[in-house]
Design a protein around this ligand. Structure first.
Ligand code: CTP
Length: 405
């Protein structure tokens, strides 16, 4: 429940993307937010207040002269105590109103009358030409300068049949953006490279050797790093997971490909986090063609050792001190001993040990952080919670390093 205790004002202006606002409203409520929906007159042509009331569980306001609020000042009351105002969809006309301080209906008046500490986020949704029009771009620039967060728009096929920028972000992406807006930006301006998931070492074109890593921990860390304001690049082995919103992802299969992708993207990174369960060995006598069963003959596989990506990255840090390297260890016994030894062997400042080796594929985890001053336990929690704690621990250590330099 990432929005538990948060009060969100969800504003809808006119646009066909109003149908997505219904799903967004439901997602906000599911994450624990109290949602108050305010609709413009134009929005009510696209979706009814009845739908939004049912999904938010609260009365919907559409009219400036709505007398249901005791003091008849809905434009003031709705944002007092609010944690954020999110306008989704935000039409070109509504952007114009916001940029010029127009207040001629309840929603625009409420935006102008909100306390300045209540953040305003907008999700533009319009035809590609309307978005690209210089007038809209001028308004967007003004809104950014005024501290309004503009989420999207996305590119793609539009309801009008044209293709380009102007689609509203998907409801779950908007939810992630809103959740992220409440996280401290402890990695603002930092670039973070993360490996995640298993690797796959081919035996022949249809068979291979892999492991049980689901990628969940690495993806959660990528999301948490992005929420903390970092520019995040994920190098991922085969997983069934969606890329966290705003994270760039390179797909690889083998350990060798993962090594090459990491080395190619290493320049300029501030932090490297090796979460992937990388195969230690690859098959050197892999077949180009599918191997056939031949009269009971059993194939023999020969192995060679893969390069250690984390150790190779750590070796590059001796000159500039960057990137700050974080490794993971999945052990089945003696974690305290093995964790401390592995950190030193790999030459890295921070190593994360999984307590128990049954973490693969699970939604929660329990970890120990090993650094030069000893170890700290982060108690069992879901992987996103742990990922956020880990990111804040990393940020703390980066801060200490820069103070020491
Ligand atoms: N790792 C890596 N490249 C490899 C092997 C491991 O980058 N070829 C990284 C993992 O991403 C993880 C860390 O090294 O961050 C530890 O991986 P682990 O498999 O636990 O350690 P190993 O070095 O393989 O040691 P061992 O298998 O002996 O426990």
């Amino acid at each position: 429940m990432d929005l538990k205790g948060k009060k969100i004002v969800l504003g809808l202006s006119g646009g066909v993307a109003c149908y997505k606002a219904a799903e967004l409203c439901r997602a906000l409520a599911r994450e624990g937010a109290t949602v108050h929906v305010v609709m413009t007159e134009a929005a009510s042509h696209f979706i009814t207040a009845v739908t939004m009331q049912a999904l938010s569980g609260n009365p919907v306001f559409t009219d400036q002269w709505d007398a249901r609020v005791a003091n008849n000042m809905a434009h003031i009351d709705l944002t007092r105590g609010a944690d954020a105002v999110l306008i989704a969809p935000c039409s070109a006309d509504f952007m114009r109103k916001l940029a010029h301080g127009v207040c001629d209906d309840l929603l625009s008046t409420l935006c102008l009358a909100r306390p300045h500490l209540v953040p305003l986020l907008i999700a533009p949704a319009m035809n590609v030409e309307m978005w690209q029009n210089l007038a809209t771009q001028r308004n967007a620039k003004q809104l950014r300068a005024d501290g309004v967060r503009i989420l999207g728009p996305a590119a793609g096929e539009q309801a009008c049949g044209e293709v380009g920028l102007g689609r509203m972000l998907e409801p779950l992406d908007l939810l992630d953006e809103l959740v992220a807006s409440f996280q401290l930006k402890v990695l603002a301006g930092k670039r973070v490279l993360i490996t995640a998931g298993p690797t796959f070492e081919a035996i022949d074109p249809v068979r291979g050797i892999t492991n049980l890593s689901s990628g969940k921990m690495g993806y959660a860390i990528a999301r948490a790093a992005r929420e903390a304001g970092a520019d995040v690049q994920l190098v991922s082995g085969p997983t069934a997971l969606a890329t966290p919103h705003g994270v760039r992802r390179t797909n690889v299969q083998s350990a060798q490909q993962m090594h090459d992708a990491v080395m190619a993207q290493l320049k300029g990174q501030h932090v490297f986090i090796g979460v992937a369960a990388v195969a230690d060995w690859r098959v050197v006598n892999a077949s180009d063609q599918k191997m056939k069963k031949q009269d009971g003959a059993i194939p023999t596989l020969e192995f060679a050792q893969n390069a250690d990506i984390l150790a190779d990255v750590a070796a590059t840090t001796s000159i500039s001190g960057w990137p700050y390297c974080v490794g993971f260890a999945a052990e089945s016994e003696n974690l305290l001993d093995y964790g401390a030894t592995k950190r030193e062997k790999k030459g890295i400042p921070l190593l994360v040990g999984n307590i128990g080796h049954h973490t693969f594929g699970q939604d929660d985890n329990e970890i120990i952080l090993f650094d030069e001053s000893g170890h700290t336990v982060l108690p069992r929690a879901d992987k996103l919670t742990l990922a956020r704690q880990l990111i804040s621990e990393i940020a703390k250590r980066l801060e200490q390093r820069s103070l020491l330099k």
